[in-house]
Write a protein that binds this ligand. Structure first.
Ligand code: ATP
Length: 610
């Protein structure tokens, strides 16, 4: 197979979107009514793909571990949960509302949105190494800007002067971007261009951004007033915190342990974009992994190990500090992606948020970024959130969310009073360095000596829809393969990992008008169907059927031919050819060995996760 040069990113995205619709992976929601922005439906193959991804996550995060249990909570919960979590007051995105074209734009995405507009690349051509090409810009203002940015001051306001813009650019020492130039073209002479934000859709100056709460609201009960205002959950995590005590009391878990949940989440995104990447309804796969506060770990084990690159992260250890647990989960998540064929370096990058980017409660956050065709963007976030969430719910609900550990109490009681005091002094000093009062630190230690504390948490949070888009875009390929006559032919292939491919195996009789072949193929199909998702296909030439299966990512095709039914002698009777999607190799396999042959090649081995 000859790989072909990879297509330009926007063409690749167009091809992927078109394949998804044509083959039944993803459709626009409510398409027959013109669609509904920010919502998507998964067709027959998309539904299978999502189910496989969900199963892979659940298996690796819950079933293959002894320290994680599952939860399936309701989407609508008591609104007080969202007040306690901070979502009612602070789950906002800054939004610009254009007074001229009425379009809404998320302030922190304005540059990305500008880059996606047609005018952006033509405007960039007016910028040369030596500054602005004034005649080119004048032409651009008369043509592109007139039609695409009709409210730009440079074409709508008589006071604008291109010469002024050119002069300003010369006085700007650094290289400017097309968006900086647009600011100039939207800025009245004499004003500071940096204070002007032009609308990327029409060029009008935008008023300052306002906070916009992303939660979707509804009402429960027959009367739609403020007393029964509720929210569609914007994340699955809060239900885990709200049910933490119930899960802890009703299952045999002990800290450190995790609670995992998969489910729908809703955000009233201002600008849903990039296919399913940013939607208003999506699915999340979240884990809250509860750990001891470092002080409890140190009290119990007599030491505290912090992260260093040489540390072995394979097996959790009782003396791990929070930062080691955080790194451990980053590694676990990378291993998970590897089992699906997504690799660090090739597809994924880690981005450690800088201190000024962290949420006020987060001790550290890593974004796992994926190289999507439209840019490198967040696929999963892994945050060390301290005890913020449980403390907030304890405060707002008035219910204790502390846990009790007998060993901790025994350990504290075994220490001489002087050692306990030394321990307390150290905690007071450490907490003081991070702005907490001595009273708070002393009260925390007194609780700890009785065996009680609020657990801290590490939160890996992954979007299922983003994962589906990531595996589809990583799998999409075009290559050249020989057709039935040996001539080169271009094929589109989805090189999905076999474990997540919607159809694992297609069963194909060589000819459909030969009853013996069809009967044997149906028999093989019914046999395989008990173990795998299989498809039976007898329509069209065999080459065309292979191409169709390649395009939907089916890793194996089983062909029933004249050898299978013994027409060419006894030797190959009862055997079939198994064609591999990626290598194109065909192997002759006895029908009675087909099930183990396929299962072995499709499964993710549990030990790949360690
Ligand atoms: P972004 O910065 O992209 O808006 P976020 O940091 O707000 O994402 P989180 O709140 O950390 O995202 O949500 C965890 C995960 O949920 C994200 O990493 C992503 O995979 C997924 N997710 C969040 N918002 C959306 C959305 N609007 N559409 C699809 N998936 C989403």
């Amino acid at each position: 197979m000859k790989p072909q040069p990879s297509a330009n990113p926007s063409i690749l995205m167009e091809k992927l979107v078109s394949l998804c619709k044509r083959r039944g992976f993803i459709y626009q929601s409510s398409e027959i009514y013109g669609g509904w922005n920010g919502f998507w439906d998964y067709g027959p193959l998309g539904a299978e793909l999502k189910r496989n991804l969900r199963d892979a996550w659940w298996k690796q995060v819950v079933h293959w571990r002894e320290d994680v249990v599952g939860l399936d909570a309701s989407i609508i919960m008591h609104p007080a949960i969202w007040k306690a979590s901070g979502h009612v007051d602070t789950f906002n995105d800054p939004m610009h509302s254009c007074p001229a074209c009425k379009k809404l734009t998320r302030a922190d995405q304005i540059l990305n949105i500008a880059q996606e507009q047609k005018w952006y690349s033509s405007l960039s051509q007016t910028l040369t190494k030596n500054g602005l090409d004034v005649p080119k810009l004048q032409k651009w203002l008369q043509r592109e800007a007139q039609s695409q940015l009709p409210n730009l001051l440079a074409i709508s306001g008589p006071e604008f002067s291109v010469e002024f813009a050119a002069k300003t650019i010369v006085t700007l020492a650094q290289q400017i971007t097309p968006f900086d130039l647009l600011r100039l073209l939207a800025c009245p002479p004499g004003e500071n261009p940096n204070s002007v934000t032009p609308c990327p859709h029409c060029g009008a100056p935008l008023p300052p951004a306002r906070p916009f709460n992303l939660m979707l609201r509804t009402h429960t009960g027959p009367i739609a007033d403020d007393s029964n205002l509720t929210y569609l959950r914007p994340e699955t995590a809060q239900a885990i915190f709200a049910q933490f005590k119930n899960v802890y009391d009703s299952s045999r878990v002990k800290v450190p342990f995790g609670i995992a949940q998969i489910g729908k989440a809703f955000r009233n995104e201002i600008t849903p974009r990039n296919f399913t990447f940013r939607s208003r309804e999506f699915e999340q796969m979240e884990l809250e992994f509860f750990i001891r506060p470092d002080e409890a770990t140190e009290l119990l084990t007599g030491k505290l190990t912090h992260y260093s690159p040489e540390l072995d992260l394979t097996e959790p250890q009782p003396d791990w500090a929070w930062d080691v647990w955080h790194h451990y989960w980053v590694r676990q998540r990378i291993l998970f992606f590897q089992t699906l064929g997504l690799h660090e370096g090739q597809h994924l990058e880690l981005y450690w948020q800088k201190p000024d980017e962290l949420a006020h409660y987060a001790k550290a956050t890593v974004d796992i970024l994926f190289r999507f065709p439209f840019g490198t963007e967040e696929l999963e976030g892994i945050a060390a959130r301290g005890d913020f969430d449980l403390s907030q719910h304890q405060l707002h609900s008035g219910k204790s969310l502390e846990i009790f550990e007998e060993e901790l109490k025994i350990k504290a009681a075994s220490l001489p009073e002087s050692d306990r005091q030394k321990f307390k002094d150290k905690v007071i000093q450490n907490w003081g360095n991070s702005g907490k009062s001595a009273e708070q630190a002393a009260a925390f230690c007194d609780k700890l000596f009785t065996g009680c504390y609020i657990p801290h948490v590490i939160e890996p949070s992954l979007g299922l829809d983003r994962l589906a888009l990531a595996v589809l875009s990583a799998a999409y390929a075009e290559d050249t393969v020989p057709d039935a006559k040996g001539n080169p032919e271009t094929r589109t292939v989805l090189r999905l990992h076999p474990s997540i491919a919607p159809i694992k195996c297609a069963v194909l009789p060589l000819l459909k008008n030969k009853p013996e072949l069809v009967a044997e193929a149906r028999r093989v199909f019914l046999l395989l169907r008990q173990h795998l998702v299989v498809e039976y296909d007898e329509a069209g030439a065999i080459g065309r059927r292979y191409r169709r299966q390649d395009e939907i990512g089916t890793p194996f095709c089983v062909t029933i031919d004249f050898d299978t039914i013994g027409e060419n002698g006894r030797e190959k009777k009862g055997t079939v050819t198994v064609r591999n999607r990626d290598t194109l190799k065909q192997e002759r396999i006895p029908i009675n060995q087909l099930v183990p042959y396929l299962l072995e090649r499709i499964a993710i081995a549990p030990n790949q996760n360690s």
